[in-house]
Design a protein around this ligand. Structure first.
Ligand code: TMP
Length: 199
């Protein structure tokens, strides 16, 4: 089973990673936790570059997919083949939300890359943590030094959020939306209900 977590920066998804992994482990499943951009030695180097060095918008999209290509080859496909549950903190929906929604790249360009890199493989379940952009911004204000995406203005984050919600409408079977503005316990209840229905 391939599960991805998505949401605007500050949506709170990372607070639930360990809980999610435990949910599967107590049910006897072996879990592989990973993230994008990153997840491999090459991918983590690309992450450093793409999060911090200014670049053309198409370069940014290509770097995301280069890291993803490596991630699929080294981590995701082997783990799925071994029967593990793979939980990735972000995947291709993030490219559609950030590079297309946020930055304005034509989605047709990304669809070509998506087809090339993982045309035959989609997540089984995507958990989209949705929060109003003001709440996300307030959470980020207390965070560590912001990266290139976190430093973007409020309208960028609003477009990213909108693009995510649009994807959720387009793929309702795969993408489940959670209200990330609730307390940790309330979000966990939502998660448990979704997972219970799926597994
Ligand atoms: P993180 O803060 O959740 O680790 O994600 C790093 C940043 O990278 C986040 O701001 C979203 C951005 N991102 C993209 O713009 N496109 C992508 O395809 C991915 C995977 C992440």
């Amino acid at each position: 089973m391939f599960i991805t977590l998505e949401g605007v920066d500050g949506a709170g998804k990372s607070s639930h990673l360990d809980w999610l992994a435990d949910w599967f482990r107590v049910r006897g499943r072996s879990v592989r936790m990973t993230r994008e951009p990153g997840g491999t030695p090459v991918g983590e180097k690309l992450r450093e570059i793409v999060l911090h060095d200014p670049m053309h918008l198409e370069t940014e999209a290509l770097v995301m997919f280069a890291a993803r290509r490596e991630h699929l080859a080294q981590v995701i496909r082997p783990a799925l083949a071994a029967g593990e549950v793979v939980i990735s903190d972000r995947f291709t929906d993030a490219s559609f939300a950030y590079q297309c929604g946020g930055r304005g790249l034509d989605p047709a360009r990304l669809e070509v890359l998506e087809q090339w890199v993982h045309g035959d493989l989609q997540p089984d379940l995507t958990l989209l943590f949705d929060v109003p952009t003001e709440i996300a911004a307030a959470r980020l204000a207390n965070a560590r030094a912001p990266d290139r995406f976190e430093r973007e203005r409020a309208d960028f984050h609003a477009r990213v959020r909108h693009a995510y919600l649009h994807r959720a409408e387009r793929f309702p079977e795969r993408i489940r939306v959670l209200d990330g503005s609730r307390t940790l316990d309330e979000v966990r209840e939502q998660l448990a209900a979704i997972l219970g229905a799926r597994t």
